[in-house]
Design a protein around this ligand. Sequence first.
Ligand code: SF4
Ligand code: SF4
Length: 259
Amino acid sequence: MADKSLIAPDDFRQIYDLFQASISRFDCGRKCAPLNGGEPVCCSTQHAVPVVQKVEWELLKSRTDMWRRFKPYDRATRQIVKEIGSSCAAVECKGARFCERDNRSLACRAFPFFPYIDRAGKFIGLAYYWDFEDRCWVISNMQVVEAAFLADFVKAFEFLFQRDPEEYDNFKSHSASMRRVFSRRKKPIVFIGREGGFFEERPYGKGIRAIPAARLPKFGPYRSDRAYERALKEAQAEAAAVERHPDPHPVGDPARASA
Ligand code: SF4
Ligand code: SF4
């Protein structure tokens, strides 16, 4: 691994070339969008503010006008922007209807997964961003993840870590946070192995073992067809209520829900 960051915009071009496979053959946005006002959850800044390295931002600006700097709209999003390191930028795209597949950020391509680094420092698989358990359909359906996606994911992040060891450190620390959170929950971390297959890491360092697809976890509205139908009805009722009584708080009002 390199000693210091050598990363440049052209490296992200290579990363994009390495990482082109779709996560699944199924358009997963068709599952989460109906519960989220018609927008895929990961493409909505109401749920997640995309953060990219400034060198990646340089590349994106040179390739497309689909992205712009993110404008915070409430106290929570102002805080997110404030906490971003000086080497990163908060950005937003024009939305799913205008998505240019070749100009998606690395985070878009990888979502909902991040490289999982074990206690010994090995990149052993793909863990998911646990804050999205109840919103991202893929997290409850990890069996749909394609082998080609897995291979591209690993190649892209190996390359990124080689060019930018700080990114490796960030994901190592994020993986350790996940272990702490799941130990507190007394739940195993379920992840996809870098060569395929499903695994669980038991809380408090009690080891990793393979699990069958039938034991993959399911969350929130994706727990069952019935739970999904119920959530869909609730989302439709909420949308109808908003149509009858529009939100009195304009965008930018601190009273709005945070991202
Ligand atoms: S990755 Fe998850 S949040 Fe994004 S579109 Fe697919 S199901 Fe929705
Ligand atoms: S670039 Fe595409 S995938 Fe990424 S957030 Fe925008 S619409 Fe979603």
